[in-house]
Design a protein. Structure first.
Length: 408
């Protein structure tokens, strides 16, 4: 495998992507290449989008109870108590233990606020996301740049034995949370945090999935006991997580979940990550082994978060948004009635031109109700304003402007 290097573009191998769950294995398989991965030191900005392989797990309700699978990155969360970040012996612990929304900084053995949280009156409080429509270009591009910094390109502590799941370094956990919370901030949502117990289960899942036999015809969310590096806990987490292969870094998989290329009938990975009440997640990643060289499990089904719950979530978001996000499939998420069968119209405000889009009705049950669409006959450009009208909703039309910008 290619070892990530600081400030070096790394091209990953081809990734196998298939969507499961709502696709029920029908017409959801494809192979795609991964984009370049840019790893930067902590003082640098920028970063590229990662590979494009994902699969979504089977939902069982509005907050979901089955996993999602992504070949170059995957996500997943679950409910559980908020705890200090980090897992396993690879991360020294603070004494006394860290409190809610904190992690133990390994170099100083002091408790610090987790990414997305700030110190406030002796506690770690979530950073308010504010209204996406009121942000400046500089604010959006700074957040995008900071969210793509990878501080820990060598994320795993493990013996190297095939079935030693090991632990993720605290820096890798923080990088992943920073990436998740950057995308949630863009959407106007509050941050999530990791949970040590969930991290441990997700780590076993990642070790198992890194060796997955793609020729088996079995869902990676339901691994048999004969699977290499099988554990009952790892298999259980496979049924509750997004799963990715070939991301080369745990934070990088989050971009693949958000782009969700190849899952046009569900967009399930994205929908879990921008689910407003998302609570603590479990982060697992294992490197080497198997067809694609690594795997990630991200447990994402928790619905007990108490952050902002806006009327709707758009990806790309209203207001200024990085062009990369605006060039993905567009989605609209809301709990108002009528979303699955809504009508979508897009107007380019700059020349008052109505634009043709292909509306895709999604399978529901992945977080909020959602609908998606793709441009037909035009390309989304930076510096333009695109006015989206979502009609057929029980509460009346929702109209918002999307303003793509180029972030250097």
């Amino acid at each position: 495998m290619l070892a990530p290097m600081r400030r070096t573009a790394v091209t990953s191998s081809f990734i196998s992507l298939f969507a499961i769950g709502a696709c029920f294995w029908a017409g959801c398989s494809l192979i795609t290449g991964a984009d370049g991965l840019v790893i930067e030191d902590e003082s640098a900005g920028g970063g590229g989008s990662g590979g494009k392989s994902t699969t979504s797990g089977t939902p069982t309700g509005s907050t979901g109870s089955a996993g999602s699978t992504v070949t170059t990155g995957a996500g997943g969360t679950s409910t559980g108590p908020t705890g200090s970040g980090g897992t396993g012996s690879g991360n020294p612990t603070c004494n006394p233990p860290c409190g809610a929304n904190q992690y133990c900084e390994t170099s100083t053995l002091t408790c610090q606020c987790s990414p997305g949280f700030i110190s406030q009156n002796g506690n770690c409080a979530p950073v308010p996301p504010g209204d996406p429509s009121t942000r400046t270009v500089d604010e959006v591009c700074q957040k995008w740049s900071q969210g793509h910094i990878v501080t820990t390109p060598d994320p795993l502590d493990a013996s190297g034995q095939d079935c030693d799941a090991g632990t993720l370094k605290q820096g890798a956990i923080n990088d992943t949370l920073t990436r998740i919370n950057m995308f949630r901030w863009l959407a106007g949502l509050g941050p999530t945090n990791d949970n040590p117990t969930m991290n441990a289960g997700a780590q076993l899942c990642a070790n198992l999935e890194a060796w997955w036999d793609f020729s088996s015809g079995v869902s990676p969310h339901s691994p048999p006991s004969s699977a290499k590096c099988y554990t009952a806990e790892g298999a259980s987490f496979a049924g509750m997580s997004n799963i990715a292969w070939g991301s080369q870094n745990p934070a990088q998989a989050i971009d693949q979940f958000m782009e969700d290329w190849g899952n046009e009938t569900t967009m399930g990975h994205r929908r879990w990550i921008v689910n407003p009440p998302l609570s603590d997640v479990g982060i697992g990643y294992w490197r080497t082994g198997g067809q694609y060289g690594d795997a990630e499990c991200l447990r994402v089904f928790g619905g007990g978060g108490s952050g902002p719950n806006p009327t709707f979530v758009g990806v790309p978001n209203q207001g200024y948004v990085p062009l990369e996000v605006a060039q993905w499939t567009w989605t609209f998420h809301s709990n108002v009635g009528g979303v699955p069968n809504a009508q979508i119209s897009v107007l380019r405000v700059d020349d008052n031109a109505p634009l043709t889009v292909k509306v895709i009705k999604l399978n529901q049950g992945y977080g909020q109700d959602s609908i998606s669409w793709e441009p037909q006959g035009f390309q989304v450009e930076a510096g333009k304003t695109y006015r989206v009208t979502v009609s057929g909703l029980s509460g009346g039309d929702i109209v918002y402007d999307v303003k793509p910008v180029t972030c250097n």
